[in-house]
Design a protein around this ligand. Structure first.
Ligand code: ADP
Ligand code: MG
Length: 690
């Protein structure tokens, strides 16, 4: 139950004076539907109205405030021209300019012969002073009501700044005084105000500097949000851990058989990770481990051996992958090893004809390892005894999805991520899962030569591509998909495939998200088999595809991709023995950020370096795939700027919950308020009431 003290903040914005259905929609779009969302929507700019020059000396382009006499109204002589109201402050004459304004309204606001205080941006049109649509027009006796400094909020079309600011002010008036949830000593050393005061300060910027994430007010608020995040994750983790787990100890016989059939020796990094996983499985506590490793670092085989360990102990294992394509691929990769070990493998993606049979066999324990998409966790999928769940490439799954999966039964959980997440992000997205890392790549890998080129040189590129394909090499050609105009992008990819096919005189494969799964599989299979040597794709190949014979990766509109994404794409080549290259093609002129991004890729192949840079350039939300996992987004915290606060919040959360696991002490009760305030209710579910 939400604490009553928060009720006012969880009212709809519609309850604010002057906010009707139309405004409600616009405000909800930029901030959210509740008063809570408005008060947590901090300004992005500030207008300073303290500049009060004599008009004759007013600087063009500045926001100025002046007291003036209204001289005369000049209605437009021709339609479509603006309506002007001439005013003067005795030093100069200025025209207030209005487009599409009603004369009667203007007459009422600016009666000729009256005195008015006006505020807005000074402009000059052919030496004539002008102010288009003044922000404020008030009678001199009301001048005191004119704000000296005005907060500017994120806006959307049709939502005027003043209206938004007014709505936020009205919401702030309803802000209850909340009990302090921060540790008193911590607050004191940091010099933080209380929550209420900090919000008021953050909403009343005077200078640009007040918008910095480093102001004490913004730091305080960011800390609150991070603390809520860390508490929630720690609670969820504790909940998962409390499910007993069990000791899973393999005798190594299946593992030995599989290792004997591997065409390579495991690297030290792989062995190290495997040892950590096995130790966790052996422990009676439930495993919650994150296996981080760059693309192609060899995580799959590690997970295979862990799954065989479960099978040795007579338990089942499940491997979840984000796409059907990857499920098929994992199946194909793991099948021979499972066969060698005498372990029964099956796939479940939701479109098997054999689904019923698989489910029956699963229940009967005739299947040891089940690979599938999230279809694995539909209600009717019933394991005989599930010992280990492996989640592959999980950044494609939402936080909630992941949580619900982990909540299932008492299986050990291993999450593999190919996006090397900086520690900062790992903490906020996973809480403190234990982490194993596979650093580096398996031996014998070639560096991928990375080149950045303009689309002007596409002909030259195609020429070289033809030579390479003639030599029997295989290439990916990626055309980006931008969500807003998927149709157009798709058309572009189709057109590109047709053009390449015509130019090269070779069959060209095409895969994209709109294809039926079977069609996509057959296109991939043809490429894997070498029947098509060029594969045009939208980013569906981004995740995990393994075709060691592919040596060339062309990425069109590389400027539209994030760093991590490009790194993933590049990881699709350089998987075999042959020398590989990655060609990043940009269209048009390159912006600064895009330039830095492509430059970074040219300079380094270290996923962790790239991830840190990516965080710097893009912000955390996008990096975790904002769309897939909306929960990763913060309102107030800026992970790049507030790293130290995150670390502090992390420690604070652990300490608090160690002493008060059910949040029942006085501070604990108040922290519950914090959790609700930031919408981390799902964590509160794991607490006893009271
Ligand atoms: P990831 O899942 O981490 O992206 P994979 O498990 O798909 O990486 O491994 C990439 C490729 O490297 C696969 O073709 C795999 O067979 C190969 N590989 C894995 N481990 C080794 C190793 N120790 N030595 C050589 N090749 C390896
Ligand atoms: Mg993989």
């Amino acid at each position: 139950m939400r604490p009553p003290i928060l009720f006012p903040l969880f009212a709809d914005i519609r309850t604010l004076p002057g906010v009707g259905p139309k405004l409600e929609k616009l405000i909800a779009k930029v901030a959210g539907p509740l008063l809570r969302d408005l008060v947590l929507d901090l300004p992005v700019g500030v207008i300073d109205r303290s500049y009060r020059p004599r008009l004759a000396e007013a600087e063009t382009g500045r926001i100025a405030t002046a007291e003036v006499n209204v001289l005369e109204h000049l209605p437009p002589k021709v339609k479509h021209l603006p309506y002007k109201v001439r005013v003067s402050d005795n030093s100069a004459v200025m025209d207030l300019v209005f487009f599409h304004a009603r004369a009667d309204w203007l007459k009422q606001m600016l009666p000729p012969g009256s005195r008015r205080v006006i505020s807005g941006r000074i402009e000059r049109f052919k030496e004539q002073l002008q102010m288009a649509h003044p922000d404020h027009v008030v009678a001199p006796e009301e001048a005191a009501s004119l704000p000296q400094h005005e907060a500017v909020y994120s806006l959307t079309e049709g939502l005027p700044s003043r209206v938004m600011a007014k709505a936020v002010r009205a919401a702030l008036e309803r802000l209850p005084v909340l009990p302090e949830w921060q540790d008193a000593a911590f607050r004191k050393t940091r010099g933080f105000e209380d929550f209420h005061a900090a919000l008021m300060t953050a909403h009343a910027p005077v200078h640009e500097a007040d918008l910095s994430p480093q102001t004490p007010a913004r730091q305080r608020l960011a800390y609150d949000e991070l603390l809520a995040n860390q508490l929630a994750l720690t609670l969820i983790r504790a909940h998962l851990r409390q499910d007993k787990g069990r000791s899973i100890t393999g005798d190594g016989r299946l593992k030995a058989k599989a290792i004997a059939t591997l065409p390579f020796a495991l690297t030290d990094a792989q062995l190290g990770a495997l040892a950590e996983i096995e130790a966790d499985m052996k422990s009676p506590k439930r495993m919650l481990r994150l296996l981080q490793g760059d693309v192609g670092s060899g995580k799959t085989v590690v997970s295979l051996l862990a799954m065989l360990g479960a099978a040795e102990a007579g338990l089942q294992a499940a491997l979840m992958a984000p796409t059907e394509l990857l499920v098929r691929q994992h199946c194909a990769t793991l099948e021979p090893f499972c066969a060698a070990a005498g372990v029964k493998l099956a796939a479940l993606t939701g479109r098997e004809k054999a689904r019923e049979r698989i489910l029956t066999d699963l229940k009967a324990g005739k299947i040891d390892v089940l690979i599938g998409t999230h279809a694995l966790f539909s209600e009717d999928v019933d394991f005989r005894d599930l010992g280990l769940v492996v989640v592959d490439e999980q950044h494609r799954f939402g936080v909630t999805q992941r949580m619900s999966l982990q909540g299932k039964g008492r299986a050990d959980v291993l999450v593999m991520t190919a996006t090397p997440i900086p520690r900062t992000l790992a903490l906020t997205a996973y809480g403190d899962m234990d982490v194993s890392k596979i650093a580096g790549r398996p031996p014998g890998r070639q560096e991928v030569e990375t080149r950045v080129m303009s689309a002007d040189r596409l002909d030259e590129l195609i020429h070289h591509l033809r030579l390479a394909l003639d030599r029997g090499e295989r290439a990916y050609w990626v055309c980006p998909l931008v969500e807003e105009s998927e149709k157009i992008d798709l058309a572009a990819a189709e057109e590109r495939a047709a053009m390449l096919q015509a130019t090269l005189g070779l069959p060209v494969g095409l895969v994209h998200g709109k294809l039926k799964a079977a069609e996509r599989d057959s296109a991939m299979a043809a490429f894997k088999a070498g029947e098509t040597r060029l594969l045009v794709a939208t980013t569906v190949i981004e995740v995990g595809v393994d075709v060691p014979e592919a040596t060339i990766m062309v990425v069109e509109h590389a400027e539209r991709f994030g760093l991590a994404q490009l790194h993933q794409l590049r990881g699709r080549v350089g998987r075999g023995k042959a020398k590989s290259s990655c060609l990043l093609v940009y269209h048009g002129a390159l912006g600064e950020t895009a330039k830095t991004r492509l430059q970074t890729l040219r300079e380094t192949d270290d996923g962790f370096v790239i991830a840190e840079k990516d965080l710097e350039l893009r912000g955390p939300g996008e990096m975790l795939g904002r769309r897939q996992s909306g929960e990763a987004e913060f309102r107030l915290a800026d992970l790049a700027a507030h790293r130290d606060l995150l670390a502090a919040a992390h420690d604070d959360a652990r300490l608090v919950l160690a002493q008060d696991p059910q949040l029942q002490s006085t501070r604990g009760q108040v922290l519950r308020v914090l959790l609700y305030l930031f919408g981390r209710d799902e964590a509160v579910r794991y607490l006893r009431t009271g």
